[in-house]
Structure formats: C-alpha cells, structure tokens
Write a protein that binds this ligand. Structure first.
Ligand code: ADP
Ligand code: ZN
Length: 677
C-alpha cells in the first residue's frame, strides 16, 4: 500500500495538507530529511505514514512524554501497532513493547531521549530491525535554545550506528537553530530540507492596548464561552487572580505556573488535554507539553517577550486547522518590563542586543498600521498579501502624522538630560506645574507647555508608540529613564517622518456575541455528538479528540450521515474508527432525526423546515392563550406542515386552512413567522 492509501484508510483523511506529500515522499524514499513546518502543519503524519509504508520499525524520539503517549494511543485507535518506552511506563507496558519488537509486529516505537543513554540500546534497536529514525522537536538539540535536551546529542551517534535514514522535524524558524540541527543530527551534511511556510491562516490575529485589561480578557472569554483557551500571563500571581475572575464569571478555569507542585501541574495538563472547554491561565511554563489540537483561542494578558515567543504561543491555538482566535494585550509597562528583563539577563551583550531586536519586532507588530499577518510573516522572511483575517484588516487603524509631537517629545527628553520617565516628560509637554517641575526648574525649558494640542492620554499613546518603535528606551542604569536611541535621530533632525496610530477609544460595549462553530440549526446535534464523544473518551480514559476531532464532529453535524457508508466519507473517520465508533455516532445522528415528527422530517433540509420549527415555537407560546389561562389548544403536525409551505400567506387563506377557532389564537403569530421567513 502507498502513503495516500494509508492516509485515507488508516487516518481517514482524503488529502494531504500543504507540503506534507513531498516530505512523506522523501522520508519514505529513505532520504535524510529536515522539515520545518508550523505547529499544526501536520508533521506527525510525515513520519507516521512512511513508517507504515516502510519495512521494519520507525523509532520516534520526542521530548514530550504526554505527547508520545497520546500519539501512541491515537495510533492504536486507528489500528496501528505503536508503542512507547518512556519513564511513565509500567513494567507490563515496557514488556509488551519489547515483546512486540521481538515479534517484529511493532511499526512505531516512541522513545524519550533519556533512553538513549542506557547501555546496549543501540544493539537492541539494531536487532529489532529499525529502519528509520524520526526526531520530533529537533530544535531541542540546540544548545542556545530554551528547550535544550542534552540527550538529543546522542541521536547523531544512534543514526551513524544504525546506519538508517533520519527525519527531523521542528517548528522553530531561525537559521541558527537549523544549522545546529544539521551539525548535530546529520553530521554536517545538509539533508533534504523542506520549509513549509509559517502562515497559520486559520488563526485570527489581534492586539489591543491595555484598557481595563481584566475586563478585556473577561469579555474575550465570554464571547467564546465553552471553548478551550489559554490565557498567558506575565506573572505567577496573575495566573491565579485571572483564573479566579474567569471562574467567577462561570468559565471552568485552572491556573498553571512553574511554582506549582509537579503533581498539580500534571493534573492541570491532563484535565486540559481531556476536557472540552477548559480555560487555563498560565505562565509560559505551560507550553511544550501541550498537544491539544482543538484549542480555540489564546489570549495574552501581558506582552510576550519576543516575536518568536508570540508566534509560538499563539501557534498553540487551532492546530486542527479550524478557526482559532487570539488577542494580545500590551501597554507601556509591558515594554519597560520586557526591556528590563533583557538588560538584567545574564546573556552576553551581543545576545542581549539580538533580544532587544526580537522584542522590537514584536512591538512593531503590536503597533502595526497595516495587516498584522503581513508584518509577522515579513519578519520570518515571507511575503504576503493583506490577509483579511486580522484586526487591522477587519478595521484599518486610524493614523496621523506624528512627526511633530514625536519631535517635541524627543526634545523634552533631551532637554531634561534623559533622566526622566514618560510621566514627567508629559507634565513638561503639557505645562503642568508639579512639585518635581518646580524643583528641577523644568518650567523654564523651551519645551514646557508646547504640547497642549494633545491631552495626557494621547501623549501616553505617543510615548508608548515611541517606545514601540524603539525611538526611546528605558535605561536600566537610570531607573527606567527614557533615553533617545539612534533610530530617533533622523526624525529629530527632520530627515524622516513617522505615522502613528490614534488609539481608538472603545465605544459602548455591546454584550459579547457568542461565536458558533456550526449553524444554529446544527448546534444541538453538535453538542449531542460532543456529549457522546466525551462519554466514549471517559470510558477509554483518553482525551476527547483521540476519538474524533472537532472538525470531524462538525462535519458529521452538518452532513448527517445516515449509514456507515456515508459515515466513512466524513474526514477523520478511518476504517478502524468507523468500526469502533461509527455506530455510536450514527445513533446520535439518527436519534436527532428520530425525534422529529414525520411531517416535519419531510421538510428536512428545506426552508419550510425552519419555518415549521418557528411556527411550532410560536404555537408553544400561545398553547394556553396570550395570558396562559385559556384552554390548551394546538394544531396537528400535518396542519403546521401545510402552513409552513404556504406561498403567499394572508389572513383569509390561513383561516380557511386551520379554521376560525385556531386562527383566532394563532393567526397573528403565524402570519408574523411566515412574513419574516
Ligand atoms: P504538528 O505539526 O503540530 O505536530 P500534528 O501532526 O499534531 O501537527 O497535526 C495537527 C492536526 O492536523 C492533527 O489533528 C491531525 O490529525 C491533523 N492533520 C494532519 N494531517 C492532516 C490531513 N492531511 N488532513 C486532515 N487533517 C490532518
Ligand atoms: Zn491582515
């Protein structure tokens, strides 16, 4: 069988995702490969399919135990012989894996890198007929990176010893890391390399200036009630307070940070993985281990530390390819905090300069005037058209020529000897006679009171953007006083101009509109399908998406398969899952149909069907008359069906159809429904 057949029969997908096929071909063909693809791009299939096509066993090395266990479980659900050797195993599990290896029945063996340190492992793998090594999260081999795993350095030796092809996968963008991977995993010989674009088109991008940040987060979550999400917070304390606020607002919420006991952290990870619609407020400690494909949103309560960190964190949303949303909040305090963090870090100076650069890139994105995705992808070296799927495409920024106020601000900073923060500089510009101004004699500066065209709030926005454009930088040695940078010189000298955003003051907030994954008509069926999935997942003690992912359930809710044949056509329903779960879900779907009156069922899928439902609802309101005190009355299903199909309804026709008595009680309400339809 070839890869495409396995793709359909085992995994139930009818097409490759962009870029997958080339990688699968190269890996299957026994080439050394390095694939850089965004999170959610579907890299697992890029080694799972070749593993099925090729003879022998594929060893998969991954640093994430939870992820390995999930993948193994998922593969077994799909009927693939897979096993894992990790520290979390029971002795029985380990024995079973070794037995399968010895019998030659195993196709995929997942292994934690620590295992490579054990003596004799190479010989054992050699005897087990290992024919391919796949390395997940290959950037863990990079000594510079945050995810460095010393045991990853052993993989290169393993490759040489076994003399088999190696396929390495990572979502990390930068060239430095890629070079290190080539050095350490491939002995310096460039493998077949695939760079799959960094765009994640299903993720909506948005930034907002902090303005009552707690409410901003609460509103964002309220509009996505019932959906799984992560709120990244800058501090441990905030994870706890925000989680409490969200829980009080009625969302199931946990908090997570590195200061918690390992056991408690694991409990949150497991709950998040398995439960539908849980929110986790977390520090970035909540990251690497999460492999939940159906995270529907990610919010940043505080600005991330760099553009790479931002990309990685929002990238945890929507790995299943379904729509996902993000919101990143930021303010001047965030900028100061992040700068300070870099300055106080232990990294060598050139590294610190690079870190400021990465922060600048993120601030540029935060203060962007045009499409965010264009800006983001531009940073990764990709050209793109305006995306139509970010807040700035939705609603263009209002901009103004900021050259004059920026020059005023720079001049104020310089004349005050670059010893002050934004608050004091704004007082100078506005001509406020504060004690500090008086003490320092700043009322005699030529810039004193020149900025009265703008109010305090506007000046704050200007200073924030100047920090965002890295024209002014807080100086650690001067307790955060703002100093001018080289970038500002051309503007000060009148050689360059600058456009700034006008901060849009949010007008009266209407209640958040809850976004739906399917049309209103299909929503009840979708929740019934989800309930069934939850039940089956609990039975199997597995995360819900291992049974079926959201996309698959949505497709079921929309297409309503009536038999196993039609069920097999749904994306994500492979042969094994069809056998295990097909009937269960068909029953749920049929149940939803069964509940319908036959007269209504005949109208299914037609406009008249919806009209029928509305008539029924209108009738229910009036069953006991307008005051709820009359004798109960209702039209037969057949009669409602006829009314629903009336072409040019009027009072007389309606009365003829249902009779005087019924028309008296229901006539007005029915006509209203018919006219609205
Ligand atoms: P990552 O690249 O982050 O490891 P995964 O391999 O976990 O991504 O895949 C992300 C999601 O995409 C999974 O839910 C997977 O089932 C789904 N997926 C992968 N390939 C396809 C495909 N060809 N068609 C449909 N869904 C796919
Ligand atoms: Zn856009």
């Amino acid at each position: 069988m070839n890869a495409a057949t396995f793709l359909r029969d085992v995994f139930g997908f009818d097409a490759f995702r962009p870029g997958q096929e080339e990688i699968v071909d190269a890996v299957t063909g026994g080439k050394n490969t390095l694939a850089i693809m965004p999170t959610g791009g579907g890299k697992s299939l890029c080694f799972q399919l070749p593993a099925l096509v090729r003879d022998g066993v594929t060893v998969v090395i991954s640093p994430l135990i939870a992820l390995m266990r999930d993948q193994v479980r998922g593969l077994r659900e799909s009927g693939v012989a897979a096993g894992a050797l990790t520290s979390g195993n029971t002795q029985e599990e380990t024995d079973a894996v070794w037995d399968a290896l010895t019998d030659g029945t195993l196709k995929l063996l997942y292994m934690a890198p620590e295992r490579l340190a054990a003596g004799g492992i190479t010989q054992m793998l050699h005897r087990a007929n290992v024919s391919l090594i796949a390395v997940d999260e290959a950037h863990c081999v990079s000594q510079w990176g945050h995810d460095f795993r010393p045991d990853y350095l052993r993989i290169g030796e393993l490759r040489t010893a076994l003399d088999v092809p190696l396929a390495a996968f990572t979502a990390t963008a930068d060239a430095e890391t890629q070079q290190e991977i080539v050095q350490k995993l491939f002995g310096g010989t460039q493998p077949a390399t695939f760079l799959r674009g960094f765009d994640r088109p299903n993720i909506h991008l948005a930034f907002a200036v902090k303005d009552g940040p707690r409410n901003q987060i609460l509103n964002f979550a309220a509009a996505r009630k019932g959906q799984s999400g992560i709120v990244y917070c800058g501090t441990r304390a905030k994870t706890e307070t925000l989680a409490k606020a969200l829980a009080e607002a009625g969302h199931p919420t946990c908090h997570y940070h590195g200061g918690m006991e390992a056991e408690d952290r694991r409990a949150v990870e497991t709950r998040f993985q398995q439960e539908d619609g849980l929110i986790v407020c977390a520090t970035i400690a909540f990251g690497m281990g999460i492999d939940k494909p159906d995270i529907r949103w990610v919010a940043h309560a505080d600005l991330p530390k760099s553009i790479e960190a931002y990309y990685q964190e929002i990238g945890r949303a929507g790995r299943d390819g379904d729509p996902a949303e993000t919101l990143t909040l930021f303010g001047p305090d965030d900028i100061r905090y992040r700068r300070q963090q870099i300055d106080e870090g232990l990294a060598p100076p050139e590294r610190r300069a690079a870190d400021h650069g990465r922060l600048n890139a993120l601030l540029g994105l935060a203060e962007a005037l045009h499409c965010r995705r264009q800006t983001l992808l531009g940073y990764f070296g990709e050209e793109a058209q305006p995306c139509g799927h970010c807040d700035l495409c939705d609603k263009p920024a209002e901009v103004f020529d900021g050259t004059t106020p920026v020059r005023m601000a720079l001049s104020a900073a310089l004349r005050a000897d670059e010893w002050f923060g934004a608050g004091h500089l704004i007082d100078i510009l506005l001509g406020n006679m504060t004690d500090k101004i008086r003490q320092r004699g700043h009322d005699s500066l030529p810039t004193f009171g020149v900025g009265k065209d703008y109010d305090k709030r506007q000046w704050q926005a200007i200073f924030r953007q100047m920090m965002g454009h890295d024209l002014l930088r807080p100086d650690r040695e001067r307790h955060g006083a703002l100093r001018m940078t080289e970038h500002a010189r051309p503007i000060l000298r009148g050689e360059a101009t600058i456009e700034l955003r006008r901060d849009t003051i949010r007008t009266a907030k209407t209640g958040p509109k809850v976004r739906m994954l399917v049309s209103e008509d299909d929503a009840p069926l979708l929740s019934a399908l989800k309930a069934k999935r939850r039940y089956l997942a609990e039975q199997a003690n597995a995360p819900a998406y291992i049974i079926f992912n959201d996309r698959t359930l949505i497709e079921m809710a929309e297409r309503k398969p009536r038999n196993l044949d039609e069920m097999a056509q749904i994306g994500g329903v492979g042969a094994k899952k069809l056998e295990s779960y097909g009937k269960d879900f068909l029953q749920v779907i049929a149940g939803a149909v069964e509940d319908m009156h036959p007269a209504r069922r005949k109208l299914a899928g037609r406009d008249a069907g919806t009209t029928y439902d509305r008539l029924l609802a209108a009738q229910a309101e009036l069953t006991r008359g307008p005051n709820g005190t009359d004798k109960p009355m209702s039209c037969s299903a057949g009669m409602l069906s006829k009314v629903a199909q009336l072409h040019q309804p009027d009072r007389d026709m309606l009365t003829r159809m249902i009779g005087e008595k019924y028309a008296e009680r229901f006539g007005d309400a029915f006509l209203e429904v018919l006219e609205a339809g």
